[in-house]
Design a binder for this molecule. Structure first.
Ligand code: NAD
Ligand code: TYD
Length: 370
């Protein structure tokens, strides 16, 4: 029986990780503890978790309670640190989100991707393997390593077909190649050492706290600021979009009930050509922000394509639905409206992440207390 009580979340200050921590603490059945290990790269921001820190963090000590949320600023490649966290907190579960995650950045500078995504994942797996040895010599059975990955490891689809769990890997960007390597290492640790492991490959996420370099937040903010809306190539590349809360529920469902050694695809069953998505987003932003739709349409600008741009991603998530009973809950329009409203209400957050000013905010509000 999995314990799922002391959970090391890596990359918990990033987009999906911070949404996951919020989501998890909102689940009545979760009574455990989260240790959030994050290096706070450009993509990690502790403002995302200020409410969690206030409610479950160190402040709780004053009232005599053990804090249920602990933040540690650090690198997943730092083996002594990871070993210390396992020993000090008695980590029984890892959910591994930390990564370099943006394809365009991986094209400009692949090294950080290899380091964090490959070496960092290896470090976590290897520390887990050693920390979770059973006295009998095998592996403890009450532990779990959940590795969070992407559908991009499967490569690019043509007009037909879907990625299933048995689709051969065919990564084509430095980002997806580094994630593919991390997936292979994770599976190897299960097969070779018996590490209790589940793995998920998810399609494109969107929602609050996403760094405004990714398509949806970038387009929303450029519309609000009257800036060009850069569409790569012919705009006809297709992605399968999933609201981040649906991803988090899927991850937790797999962590609770997924079979060890098994991979689960997670998807929105919601394919959009980029240009069609942008047209819909323009309609919704015009409504939500009371902007002139013709002016927004006029901002669409076709730009040079991304090198090696994958044409189409589409996930078949039948396994997750039939075996574990998961379903998407948030429709695309509903998710996009929530996301637009969030960005409208969090202009200061946007300023901070863009300028790096959030680092000063962390200094003032947080870091000295960590
Ligand atoms: P993100 O870039 O928003 O956040 C990554 C987080 O990891 C940041 O907080 C960053 O500070 C942290 N980090 C980076 N390097 C680190 C290191 N060496 N040590 C410790 N922390 C480090 O990414 P995201 O979009 O939240 O993605 C999270 C995970 O989900 C990734 O593994 C990604 O591959 C996967 N994924 C993302 C999507 C998507 O659409 N965003 C889809 C499928 C899978
Ligand atoms: P992105 O959000 O970077 O996710 P990924 O490349 O991991 O799927 O991009 C989503 C799609 O949008 C992808 O086909 C590239 C395209 N795109 C643009 O057309 N313009 C942009 O400015 C960005 C960031 C992406």
């Amino acid at each position: 029986m999995r314990s799922l009580s002391t959970i090391l979340v890596t990359g918990g200050a990033g987009f999906i990780g911070s949404n996951f921590i919020h989501w998890l603490f909102a689940q009545p059945e979760f009574t455990g503890r989260v240790i959030n290990l994050d290096a706070l790269t450009y993509a990690g921001n502790l403002e995302n978790l200020a409410d969690i820190e206030a409610r479950y963090g160190k402040g709780a000590e004053a009232s005599g309670a053990v804090p249920r949320y602990v933040f540690v600023q650090g690198d997943i490649c730092d083996r002594p640190l990871v070993e210390r966290l396992f020993a000090e907190y008695g980590v029984d579960t890892v959910v591994h989100f930390a990564a370099e995650s943006h394809v365009d950045r991986s094209i400009l500078g692949p090294e950080a991707f290899v380091r964090t995504n490959v070496l960092g994942t290896y470090t976590l797996l290897d520390v887990a393997r050693q920390a979770w040895r059973a006295p009998s010599g095998g592996m403890r059975e009450d532990v779990l390593f959940h590795h969070v990955s992407t559908d991009e490891v499967f490569g690019s689809l043509g007009e037909e077909g879907y990625f299933t769990e048995s689709t051969p890997y065919d990564p084509r960007s430095p980002y997806s190649a580094s994630k593919a390597a991390s997936d292979h290492l994770a599976k190897a640790y299960h097969h070779t050492y018996g590490l209790p492991l589940t793995l998920s490959n998810c399609s494109n996420n969107y929602g609050p706290y996403q760094f405004p370099e990714k398509l949806i937040p970038l387009m929303i903010l450029n519309m609000l600021e009257g800036k060009p809306l850069p569409v790569y190539g012919d705009g006809r590349n297709i992605r399968d979009w999933l609201y981040v809360e649906d991803h988090n529920e899927a991850v937790w469902t797999i962590m609770r009930n997924g079979q060890s050694g098994r991979t689960y695809n997670i998807g929105g069953e919601n394919e959009w050509e980029n240009i069609r998505l942008l047209e819909r987003l323009i309609e919704l932003v015009a409504e939500e922000a009371h902007l002139d739709i013709a002016r927004l349409r006029g901002l669409i600008t076709y730009v040079k394509d991304r090198p090696g741009h994958d044409r189409r991603y589409a996930i078949d998530c039948t396994r997750l639905k039939t075996e574990l009973g998961w379903r998407q809950r948030i429709s695309f329009d509903e998710g996009l409206r929530k996301t637009i409203r969030w960005y409208l209400d969090h202009r200061e957050w946007v300023e901070h992440v863009r300028s790096g000013a959030y680092r000063a905010w962390i200094e003032q509000n947080y870091a000295r207390r960590v």
